[in-house]
Design a protein around this ligand. Structure first.
Ligand code: HEM
Length: 566
């Protein structure tokens, strides 16, 4: 995945000339106006001189005509940009962005309003931070704001950035256009279609049961704390994803060695993807960074990732699966054709698989961890969910996917977790593809767009007691859903760029949460206050918990045979 801090343009698919985007982005209205006046004035004087004082009448007339044209265009009204901080010359506001940019940008929105303008180096940037503005940007003007900004330095190695012809690979970095439509169709009709998800339903149920057994075993019968994300949530999400991709489960007794290697690669890529390098803002530095240790490391990891992904494609080619219900994502990408009947290339296939691997694991595990942390901090909410599960499912079997429509309180908890702890607080980076207006303000072409869902979720103008975790606020509000139609919460974004894996992510988070809440009584050692659980954040590829959540004391709630590994 891309970080919010990215620089190099990834595709030419937006339909706008890059030069146009660039030059407009650098426009400083006052300077441009002055330059035009000066230039027009000089040409006019020169033209008048030729007409009045020489016999070169035609040259003079031509100069006067050009001067008038320049002056006419110079009389365009100056841009009316949204309010915002000024920053410093050259760097703009770049030096002031903290390690927690979502929080800092939320403060800017509190100060300047829900639409803020600032500069990142030479690039104009805007923050969007209210449901009304989000509706405008991701709803009414979605086509304009669905461009992706130039890719991050590290994506050269991990996201298979555009080739010499400017063709994109994968989904995240692609610009709108026929290629993007094809890839999104691949996702919706094949990779995470209802039919495909149905084929893998049994494997999801199995992994959920393994997750419960793992927690039970690792906690030595509920007596010892277990780091939940590392030992339970990541393995669950990762196994489900890799089983879909290639029928392999890397966590567990089967592919131990290969599993460790793959997990270590994923961890390294995830770490490197957030790398914020100056060269991402100032391309002029790029040739010098190519030889930096950091970039050499990325190149080495990128090579290993590529070799691993290529081996999956080669294995898939050697063992083609005929039965539709047995098909893996590797089979799907190997068989995929564009609308015009042409095949995609291996570079694209590898990028699509890598994106699914990264997105499927990290976001899902992170959201389950946040939800569980809030439930432990709010025992009354946890109890209420257990009561709902007991009534709907009972205590003799595990909760199943078919139970989900009957668990409205679980859905309310999903929404409330998305409001307070969005996994991608600024969504992924968007860019404004052409100059436009929002709420009477001019938004320049090429502006970097920060969609601050974190700020929106904590805005006292929208929410009563915004800092409080209270799922009740969603129990009666049937207008809000995870698909972002109301623009009040946007766990997966909205519009053309909405998360391509949403059906899978949504299903996994709710299923995992329901399993662990149903399976255990979660209690604390003497003297520990539930609110001692820290909800400090760590900003990275996903907004994770700074202090990993651990279980404390567990008691089984279901028949003991359900906790045994099969
Ligand atoms: C709970 C889990 C998940 C959450 C919270 C989540 C959230 C998001 C968000 C916020 C975006 C950015 C939308 C934007 O740019 O405006 C996104 C994009 C994306 N997600 Fe997810 N995601 C999850 C799971 C998944 C899974 C399981 C997959 C793959 C199967 C996936 C694949 C993608 C892809 C490919 C994109 C880029 C879409 C595009 O650029 O058109 N995500 N996701």
């Amino acid at each position: 995945m891309q970080s919010i801090f990215s620089r190099k343009r990834t595709s030419r698919g937006s339909g706008l000339s890059q030069n146009v985007v660039r030059s407009k982005a650098r426009e400083s209205p006052a300077m441009v106006q002055l330059e035009k006046l000066a230039c027009g004035g000089v040409l006019l004087a020169l033209g008048a001189h030729f007409v009045l004082n020489t016999d070169r009448f035609v040259v003079g007339a031509a100069l006067i005509a050009v001067a008038l044209l320049i002056l006419a265009s110079g009389s365009r009204r100056p841009l009316r940009l949204p309010p915002g901080p000024r920053g410093i010359p050259v760097l703009g506001y770049l030096p002031f962005l903290t390690e927690m940019p979502h929080k800092h940008m939320a403060e800017l929105a509190q100060k300047y309003g829900p639409l803020v303008h600032f500069r990142l180096g030479a690039t104009p940037a805007i923050i969007v931070a209210s449901p009304a503005m989000m509706r405008e940007v991701l709803g009414a003007q979605d086509q304009i704001f669905s461009a992706r900004p130039p890719a991050l330095l590290s994506s050269k190695y991990f996201a298979y950035t555009p080739d010499e012809l400017g063709r994109s690979h994968g989904c995240t970095a692609a610009q709108l256009g026929p290629y993007f439509r094809n890839v999104r169709r691949l996702y919706s009709t094949e990779m995470v279609s209802p039919k495909r998800l149905n084929f893998f339903k049994a494997s999801r149920a199995e992994e959920m049961q393994i997750m419960v057994s793992t927690i039970w075993e690792a906690s030595h019968g509920g007596r010892q704390p277990v780091e939940l994300r590392r030992f339970a949530f990541i393995p669950m999400a990762n196994n489900i994803t890799t089983y879909m991709i290639c029928h392999k489960r890397y966590h567990g007794p089967e592919q131990v060695k290969e599993g460790q290697e793959v997990q270590s690669l994923i961890n390294q890529v995830t770490r490197m993807l957030v790398n914020v390098s100056l060269a991402n803002f100032f391309p002029i530095l790029r040739p010098f960074t190519q030889f930096s240790t950091e970039e050499r490391k990325m190149a080495a990891v990128g090579k290993r990732v590529d070799a691993y992904l290529q081996s999956l494609l080669d294995e898939g080619r050697a063992n083609p699966l005929k039965d539709e219900s047995e098909k893996t994502i590797i089979d799907v990408v190997l068989g995929f054709q564009r609308d015009d009947g042409t095949e995609i290339d291996d570079r694209t296939r590898k990028c699509l698989v890598l994106e699914m691997l990264l997105a499927g694991t990290e976001s899902t595990a992170t959201m389950v961890e946040w939800a569980m942390a809030e439930l432990l901090r709010h025992p009354e909410v946890l109890k209420k969910l257990q009561r709902e599960l007991d009534v709907v499912v009972g205590t003799s079997r595990f909760v199943e996917e078919d139970d989900m429509p009957n668990l409205p309180y679980l859905t309310a908890i999903f929404h409330e977790t998305s409001r307070l702890h969005p996994v991608s607080p600024l969504l992924f980076p968007h860019e404004c593809a052409q100059a436009t207006q929002i709420d009477g303000y001019d938004i320049p072409a090429g502006a970097r767009v920060f969609l601050n869902t974190w700020a929106m979720g904590r805005d006292p103008k929208t929410w009563a007691r915004p800092e409080e975790f209270d799922p009740e606020r969603f129990t009666d509000d049937t207008n809000v859903d995870h698909k972002g139609k109301s623009f009040k919460i946007l766990p997966f974004g909205a519009g053309r760029r909405i998360c391509a894996g949403m059906p899978l992510g949504y299903c996994l988070v709710k299923l995992a949460l329901a399993h662990i809440v149903q399976s255990f009584e979660w209690t604390f050692p003497e003297g520990m206050n539930p609110k001692d659980i820290s909800i400090e954040e760590n900003f990275g590829v996903a907004l994770t918990m700074q202090h990993p959540l651990r279980s404390y004391l567990l008691k089984p709630r279901l028949p003991l045979h359900l906790y045994a590994r099969n």
